[in-house]
Write a protein that binds this ligand. Structure first.
Ligand code: F7E
Length: 339
């Protein structure tokens, strides 16, 4: 079996490529060349794993590149993970977000349709499609009401794959995944920002962690579990859309408390909104809020109803919130100690 993974240098690419290799796949990854020649999470892979990957340098916004790739490789499966995935940044740069997330997805769909129609495709959709939902928990029937350029772009991607699936009988499945995190999460995302900040403070730093909206409520799971669900979607008899999450809701504030708890530091809160601070027992400021880190629109109130993936694919999250926070904080403590 051969699979192509776009976005192989991201968090999910890190776990997915290892899962596919362990199942005996030939794994091809699409990687965008950059001037500093960094390769994202590929550089964190064990060398014996990394050398098994076949890397194709190119960009998903380049239609020609994708056409040539699909024509020459004709993979059984393609996991389309590449995207501008940072919601906050999408407010500053909607255009580049649309180019990568809508244009890139359209290119992938067109290349499959014309050059490799037997390829099964997974599209990385997102819980951000729900916006600020009125119904809890959210499942495949919950209305899609995006509240960021990122979410709008993913809505277009979702409907592109649905349309191609129905119009041309292609196997294209959508994973509507809630937040999934890990020890290789990028430092711009809130969970990693917190786990790194806690590790820094535990090991002597006096710099508080500066955050935006502490009250945002998300459903956070472990990325390693979610890539298994992606693979299961492509083994299922029909293409379909699936919600994946943990079924637990927690605020950013809960994440902070739990993370400091792993480091045996108790935090208490004072003030509200942008004036909120988190203090240690000795009164030291550990966390503070900043207006500049709030988004123009927030999407939250999330809790996944993942009964469809459980019933149809036999998928369950193994790692839930507390364990996830522990994995991330302990990993960052180890990383900082060995720096
Ligand atoms: O924000 C709040 C922020 O940037 C989480 C992506 O993988 O999951 C991810 O998107 C929450 C938001 O992830 C800070 O306002 C507070 O409510 O870690 P995040 P995200 O926006 O939820 C979804 C499912 C995806 O599809 C995306 O691709 O935390 N927040 N203070 C903060 N967020 C950040 N980044 N930094 C802060 O200082």
């Amino acid at each position: 079996m051969k699979a192509i993974v776009t976005g192989i240098s991201g968090q999910d690419g890190f776990f997915l490529s290892q899962l596919l290799l362990s199942k005996g796949y030939e794994v091809h990854g699409v990687l965008r060349r950059n001037s500093s020649m960094t390769r994202g999470t590929i550089d964190f892979l064990p060398p014996d794993i990394e050398k098994q990957l076949v890397i194709h340098y190119g960009d998903i916004t380049d239609e020609n590149f994708l056409s040539k790739l699909l024509q020459s490789e004709k993979p059984e499966e393609l996991y389309h993970l590449a995207a501008q995935s940072f919601v906050g940044y999408s407010f500053e740069s909607a255009h580049s977000t649309y180019d990568a997330n809508i244009g890139g997805t359209l290119n992938v769909c067109n290349a499959i349709k014309t050059l490799s129609p037997d390829t099964r495709m997974y599209f990385a959709a997102t819980s951000e499609l729900f916006g600020k939902p009125n119904e809890t928990p959210q499942n495949e029937r919950t209305p899609l009401l995006p509240r960021s350029p990122y979410a709008v772009s993913k809505l277009a991607g979702l409907w592109t794959t649905r349309t191609y699936r129905d119009a041309y009988q292609l196997f294209m499945s959508n994973g509507i995944l809630f937040n999934h995190e890990s020890e290789v999460r990028g430092p711009e995302f809130v969970t990693r920002k917190i786990s790194m900040g806690v590790a820094r403070i535990l090991l002597g730093s006096n710099e508080p962690i500066v955050l935006g909206n502490l009250s945002a409520v998300k459903d956070w799971g472990y990325a390693k579990d979610y890539v298994e669900g992606m693979w299961k979607m492509l083994q299922y008899e029909i293409p379909d859309d699936f919600v994946m999450g943990t079924g637990e809701s927690h605020s950013v504030r809960d994440f902070v408390e739990e993370a400091f708890g792993v480091a045996n530091i108790k935090i208490t809160w004072k003030g509200t909104g942008v004036n909120e601070v988190g203090l240690s027992e000795e009164g030291k400021v550990l966390v503070k809020a900043s207006r500049g880190l709030y988004r123009p629109l927030e999407s939250d109130n999330y809790r996944a109803d993942y009964s469809k993936v459980r019933e149809k694919l036999g998928w369950e999250p193994r790692v839930k919130f507390k364990e996830l926070v522990r994995i991330m904080v302990e990993n960052d403590i180890k990383l900082i100690k060995h720096k």
